[in-house]
Design a protein around this ligand. Structure first.
Ligand SMILES: NC(=O)c1ccc[n+]([C@@H]2O[C@H](COP(=O)([O-])OP(=O)(O)OC[C@H]3O[C@@H](n4cnc5c(N)ncnc54)[C@H](O)[C@@H]3O)[C@@H](O)[C@H]2O)c1
Length: 324
């Protein structure tokens, strides 16, 4: 019987790119997404239409918080393993809408982990750099203390701890991917670079928190996918347990530098520098030493931030209709 990879969140930013990569490598894929309207679903359908052109892709529209429906529909197929990326992202949004994080990050995770336990499957799942919280020592290693300081990162820490317990008590094999500020083509409109570019076309003011005096380990989407794919290829090396990896470039950039480069590209200067939110961390900067063990020698170096932004900008200009 045909065996698929089950990938949740396939209409999302990272899920779309990872699906494309797996389809190119001739894996058979079942992609699942609820296509919610956290941001404009037009972008999600654009991504899905690209994936649907591939013969080895099948799409199921499911809200994974519906446990009965999830088990019923997913049980119709056989899987090699599962990649769980579906979630409610966004730190600031979690201040106003904590309940959607409980539903889409905790309840959904509980359904997926029970599914993989029942079907005896290995799985990869998305965590986040935000689990480290505010810290003074960098770069962050996977074994460092976790101090989430908002509801979003708390749900991600809860996912990791749930995977720890399931590994200990039920012997599952899980691989947790701590993504750091991913950006690039088909990116998330609620994240800084695309927010900036949308403000340009709508001639809106651009708010830069903490006067741009904060730092993020911006990781270009293709680098993110390459790192993740290398882990996926090595799935047989992972034995029972919950294995955590930072997925990051390993270099922290100031928001000011990003803003300067975006101004240079767009010549748009309606920037308002404002104070910081205390749910936002001052800096993210991960160590990628652990994941680098899984790369073959001679891997392409990470793209530099300016080239990554240039590529994102080029894509944005060609796809402005998605944001109007
Ligand atoms: N993009 C980043 O920089 C970043 C950083 C850290 C962690 N992450 C994590 O990586 C994963 C993917 O993030 P992304 O940036 O692609 O986000 P995204 O919002 O673009 O994709 C998530 C997808 O999950 C789907 N989804 C949400 N709830 C669902 C449900 N109940 N049932 C089915 N589908 C549902 C959404 O419709 C969406 O298409 C998430 O778990 C996110 O928390 C992303």
């Amino acid at each position: 019987m045909k065996k698929y990879i089950l990938l949740t969140g396939c209409a999302g930013f990272i899920g779309f790119h990872l699906s494309e990569k797996l389809l190119k490598k001739n894996y058979n894929l079942i992609g699942v997404d609820s296509v919610n309207n956290y941001y404009n679903p037009k972008l999600k359908y654009r991504r899905l239409n690209i994936l649907k052109k591939k013969k080895n892709f099948k799409f199921l529209k499911i809200d994974l918080s519906d446990r009965k429906k999830t088990f019923k529909l997913l049980s119709k197929y056989n899987y090699k393993f599962v990649i769980h990326l579906a979630a409610q992202p966004g730190v600031r949004y979690s201040l106003k809408h904590p309940e959607t994080y409980v539903k889409n990050n905790i309840l959904v995770f509980s359904n997926i982990i029970d599914f993989i336990k029942e079907k005896k499957l290995k799985f990869f799942y998305a965590s986040s750099s935000s689990v480290y919280g505010d810290s003074k020592s960098f770069p962050k290693k996977e074994s460092d203390l976790l101090q989430p300081n908002n509801i979003y990162s708390l749900t991600k820490k809860n996912n990791e701890e749930t995977a720890n317990l399931y590994a200990k008590f039920y012997g599952i094999t899980a691989v947790g991917l701590r993504f750091f500020t991913v950006y690039g083509e088909y990116g998330r409109p609620d994240m800084f670079i695309l927010k900036f570019l949308q403000s340009v076309i709508h001639k809106k003011k651009i708010y830069v928190y903490n006067k741009g005096n904060h730092f993020r380990d911006f990781t270009y989407i293709n680098d993110t996918i390459e790192m993740t794919f290398n882990l996926i290829k090595n799935i047989n090396k992972f034995k029972k347990g919950n294995h955590i990896f930072n997925i990051c470039r390993g270099k922290s950039e100031s928001l000011r530098k990003i803003v300067s480069h975006l101004i240079l590209l767009t010549n748009y200067k309606k920037i308002i520098y404002t104070k910081s939110f205390n749910t936002e961390v001052y800096k993210t900067h991960g160590s990628n030493n652990k994941i680098n063990q899984y790369f073959k020698k001679g891997r392409n170096p990470f793209i530099d931030i300016k080239s990554g932004i240039n590529k994102t900008y080029k894509w944005f200009l060609e796809n402005q209709n998605l944001f109007k």
